[in-house]
Design a protein around this ligand. Structure first.
Ligand code: FAD
Length: 381
């Protein structure tokens, strides 16, 4: 039964995305996992079907600012069983694009949003550096204001879509002495002299998404590519973290649910000691525990989502949802591997991928420790 948060229209979106995932994604997941990325054309296909524009207004090619429809999209994407696909599409649509949409000039919006929404251009958001991860304020990439342009020097690491992005919304220090108050966001386009992709990184999971290391050496970026105001970048990054973290929580819940479904089916089929595993009380209780964890995570995530879409302060609840959902996704996918026994350890069974893919949840978008810092900070304040 549909949750009360979602209307009939949202359920229609769900049905459409589910069909697309079944027909055009699931059958190719193994091939894309082996290739180390999904085809670039998938962005254009998702754009053509209107999925990349769900959370953007019509004037830029979107279908309305509907974050619940966006939530449905990410829940259904997770059901394809390869979390890197949603990570790649999401980095462009839900992480890079919103910075331009929420804070960019009209000129930047007109240049970058329509091609992002149609999937013709791929975006990335680059904050993390080799020496600055959780501590965003300590980034060292600098951008010197030269009047009509900025001169950017530094490097970024672990950037989703970093290798094939057409533009990278890049966090830079415009006032290096000012800590978090000296950060700005610049849109740096592929092909800008001085901007190179140093490496495509090999990962444990999320293998269908590309993850890159980027280098900027005396890279000249036009002044009009500044997002919003100079030295406001830290606040812009923090503001969109709520949506990014909600997306991660929604995907964690949906992926954990998929692991339960697959494990339950396996338990029905696998016979040991003359009976299917599903007849053993140990297996049944394991599945019951897994389902209870996922249902709790879903309730918390939907609660945070309802606060977010109603415009209320959702910082604490979003951090709780991201923390809890991503932590339990690790536990649940681990148990799903366990139910599969030795087969769960074999690459030909997708359950090993659910477990590998889940591992990023407690690291990316702010680690579990950082979520606890956010929650405790709010409590103590
Ligand atoms: C596959 C993948 C995709 C990614 N995509 C992107 C992207 O598109 N764009 C981008 O900018 N970044 C991206 N990241 C980077 C990600 O956001 C960082 O890895 C994350 O923020 C953690 O930073 P770090 O890796 O430097 O770890 P660190 O910050 O060095 O943390 C290491 C450990 O120390 C703990 N720790 C750190 N500080 C504290 C503290 N104050 N209190 C308690 N514990 C603490 C952390 O919880 C963690 O366990 C991606 C990472 C991965 C792996």
């Amino acid at each position: 039964m549909a949750h009360w948060l979602f209307t009939e229209e949202h359920e229609l979106v769900r049905k459409t995305v589910r069909n697309w995932v079944e027909k055009e994604i699931k059958p190719y997941v193994e091939e894309w996992e082996n290739a180390g990325e999904f085809p670039r054309e998938l962005f254009a296909r998702a754009g053509e079907l209107g999925f990349l524009g769900l959370t953007y207004p019509e004037e830029y090619g979107g279908s309305g600012e509907d974050y619940l429809a966006g939530a449905v999209f990410f829940e259904e994407m997770a059901r394809c069983g390869s979390a890197g696909v949603a990570a790649g599409l999401g980095a462009s649509m839900a992480i890079a694009g919103p910075q331009i949409y929420k804070f960019g000039s009209e000129e930047l919006k007109n240049r970058f949003l329509p091609p992002t929404i149609s999937g013709k251009k791929i975006g990335a958001l680059a904050i993390t550096e080799p020496n600055a991860g959780s501590d965003v304020a300590s980034i060292q990439t600098t951008a010197r204001n030269m009047g009509d342009h900025y001169l950017v020097n530094g490097s970024k690491i672990f950037i989703t879509n970093g290798v094939r992005a057409d533009y990278v919304v890049t966090a830079v220090k415009t006032d290096p002495a000012a800590g978090h108050k000296g950060i700005s966001l610049l849109v740096i386009e592929k092909g800008t002299p001085g901007f190179t992709v140093a490496k495509k990184l090999d990962k444990l999971g999320w293998n269908t998404s590309d993850t890159g290391e980027l280098v900027f050496e005396d890279c000249r970026v036009p002044g009009e590519n500044l997002v919003g105001r100079e030295n406001m970048g830290f606040y812009y990054i923090m503001q969109n973290f709520a949506w990014e973290r909600l997306v991660m929580a929604l995907e964690a819940v949906a992926s954990a649910q998929l692991a339960i479904d697959v494990a339950a089916e396996y338990a029905r089929q696998r016979v040991q000691f003359g009976r299917p595993l599903s007849k053993f009380q140990v297996t049944r209780h394991k599945l019951a525990d897994m389902a209870s964890l996922v249902e709790t995570a879903r309730c918390l995530t939907y609660h945070a989502l309802s606060l977010y879409v109603s415009g209320r302060d959702a910082v604490t609840e979003v951090a709780m949802a991201k923390l809890y959902a991503c932590e339990i996704a690790n536990r649940v996918t681990d148990e799903a591997v366990q139910i599969h026994g030795g087969y769960g350890y074999m690459m030909e069974y997708p359950v090993q991928r659910f477990w590998r893919d889940a591992r990023i949840g407690t690291i990316g978008g702010g680690t579990s420790d950082i979520m606890k810092q956010v929650i405790a900070g709010r409590l103590i304040k």
